[in-house]
Design a protein around this ligand. Sequence first.
Ligand code: CP
Length: 360
Amino acid sequence: MVNELDPLLQDPVQPKDWTAGIERPQALLDELEEDPKPLVDLANRPVVSGRQFDRDTVMQLCRLAALYETTPALVQLPLTGKILISAFYEPSTRTRLSFESAWHRLGGDIMSITDPSSTGIAKGESMGDVAEMFNNYGDLVVLRDSNEQSVYEMLEALRIPIINAGNGIDEHPTQALSDMYAIFKWRPELLYAQVPAARRARIGIIGVPNRMRTVRSLLLFLALFPNAFEEVVVITENDVNFDEGQREELEATGLKLRLARDLDAELPGLDIVYINSIAWVGDTYEKLGKHLRLSAASPFKKGSIILHPLARGEELATDLDETPHNWYFAQARGAVFIRMALLTTLTQRIHRVMDTPQGG
Ligand code: CP
């Protein structure tokens, strides 16, 4: 019998960008003056924690990302001749592939490790010794490891920059940079030194700050812009949500934090809804917030956006994908551009794309 052709095979592939036209990298670019200094200062540094960043550096990274996103012809392969060591010892779709896509788009070469047992680690080699070898083979390391300490053990031996791409339940700083890039593209006025009260955003974070690395890092980045956010509402089913001193550190910056349990009661007041339900612990993951779920029937505020670091589970219904609330796909797409900006900066190649003295 002749097989029926699957309808999906009958038509040419159609672009599916539900945020086309509402995502505005040009608007973000128009709000920001070019200032290469913070990026020059970041060259050759490791990126391990959100604590290392300041407001100006985040703004200039977002500016360079928007430049890359709006001006593909700008990319004259600034990383030609550079080699990335992409070491992912824990599963990843977005982080590994967007880092590797970013590096390829910038003209560099990549060596990728996706299984530590294919390296000397299987024979008991220490992370320090592996790092010592990495110094000889590449120009920058991106590491994901469920052991929180691995990135620090490598740091001691490395003479090339390392980026923490997720270390257990600790941090994921470049995911938070991607989150901030999405937020500032959505509302560039949140970058103003003084955001009028009526223009500030109220953000709800459905997640657990002391168990989720994405949430921990995002809060550190939000704390650099306390004037932009009316309130950060952490919506959680957990009883213990902060490590000792974590909440106090954030509030000391002026960030207004509140805890809540009733998601549907909060949604009508939220401009940004950030949701995550996974905490990676050891070799597996914990699902948190089982009853905190979003769907197209949820009582969202008009014009509000949803962010999610993904991978998604039952907390984020697929019927939201075709609604204007869906900014999570744009957030994942923008991760390529913000990582391009960061990689150009750390490898000391921004003089090839920005007006700065040689060596910057
Ligand atoms: N956001 C994120 O870290 O996704 P991956 O686990 O797929 O890298």
